[in-house]
Design a protein around this ligand. Structure first.
Ligand code: ZN
Length: 338
């Protein structure tokens, strides 16, 4: 019974079983999908993993960031295949609807690892019928220090579903990605104890890399000349906290929905009054509004990539590569005190 040293303190790997049980989400608790169209699709599906017939297990991950984290945790296993449910190029699946192809993938999977915190509203009751034996791991379950979503309660776009929840974009912060990695490693160890040593070694290695990345962001935060920013949507709230940045405005309060004319004017006013240091757009969304605000106010704009999307078969170090590029962009555009 040993304690493994961890990049975020000492983690007792011996207390897994209870934790892992708590980590699994019951199907019924997933928000019931409102799109009735999906129901009939399951007539053409059959549960059970074709890949598993060879003795292996198929792990599906709901998003690109969770896929990359899980691939790092499971690197070197021969008995587990990790795949992304939705296209790696999609980005945040805020308004996503499942396709027949997704359903076929889900029917063949043994495990589904989700982002959680409301990111997967597209999963619903039909999933339980497609694959009743599917084990679901909520990678964000039990993580403390969550932030509330920034939602304008006066906005028509802020419907009840999106008001008052926790911000689900843990993945854009190396600190929080370290915690997600721990959750995923622990849950997979509970399911596949034969690979426990490998998961622990991979977790220690990837966790330490996340720790170094987080330390570099924190160090940059102390040197920045201006800490007030406007972002495209709430994807950088956790990263901003890591650096001591203040997100004073969002171009898209509801992800994917462009602001009204009044909303743009409000952002222009905020940018001027609060002497904002930068407007950060994202490669996953149009940068048109962000550039308009930049042109009107003279505040510089630049693209930060939250690594919400990426290429097919991305290298295992893809997240770090993207985040270190973000580090340089932030230093250049916000300026540093030396
Ligand atoms: Zn998002």
């Amino acid at each position: 019974m040993t304690k493994e040293s961890s990049f975020l303190g000492n983690i007792d790997f011996t207390g897994y079983s209870g934790y892992v049980t708590a980590c699994f989400v019951r199907m019924e608790k997933i928000m019931i999908i409102k799109r009735g169209l999906l129901s009939f699709l399951f007539l053409f599906l059959s549960a059970g993993s074709a890949w598993a017939e060879g003795g292996g297990k198929l792990i599906l991950c709901s998003t690109f960031p969770i896929t990359q984290t899980t691939r790092n945790v499971t690197a070197g296993t021969s008995s587990l295949q990790v795949d992304s449910l939705i296209s790696p190029q999609l980005g945040c699946p805020h308004d996503y609807a499942l396709t027949p192809k997704d359903m076929r993938k889900l029917a063949k999977a043994d495990v589904l690892i989700i982002n959680g915190l409301g990111m997967e509203e597209f999963l619903g009751a039909p999933l339980a019928r497609a694959n009743p034996g599917l084990v679901i791991i909520d990678s964000s379950r039990g993580i403390s220090g969550l932030l509330q979503d920034q939602v304008d309660d006066k906005s028509d776009e802020a419907d009840d579903e999106h008001r008052g929840g926790f911000n689900p974009h843990l993945f854009a912060s190396p600190v929080m990605t370290g915690l997600l990695t721990k959750n995923i490693a622990e849950a997979l160890e509970g399911l596949f104890p034969e690979d426990a040593e490998l998961f622990r070694a991979n977790y220690r290695s990837y966790g330490e890399r996340m720790n170094r990345l987080a330390a570099d962001f924190t160090a940059l935060g102390r040197r920045l000349g201006n800490n007030r920013i406007i972002t495209q949507h709430g994807v950088f709230d956790y990263l901003a906290r890591d650096l001591g940045l203040e997100v004073v405005g969002l171009v898209q309060v509801h992800p994917g929905s462009e602001p009204s004319a009044a909303g743009i004017l409000s952002l222009i006013r905020i940018a001027r009054e609060q002497k904002v240091g930068a407007i950060f757009t994202e490669p996953q969304y149009s940068d048109g509004v962000g550039r308009t605000i930049a042109n009107e106010t003279g505040v510089p704009s630049a693209t930060l990539d939250p690594a919400a999307s990426g290429p097919e078969n991305a290298p295992l170090e893809y997240y770090e590569t993207v985040m270190r590029r973000n580090l340089e962009v932030m230093a250049n555009i916000l300026g540093t005190r030396e």
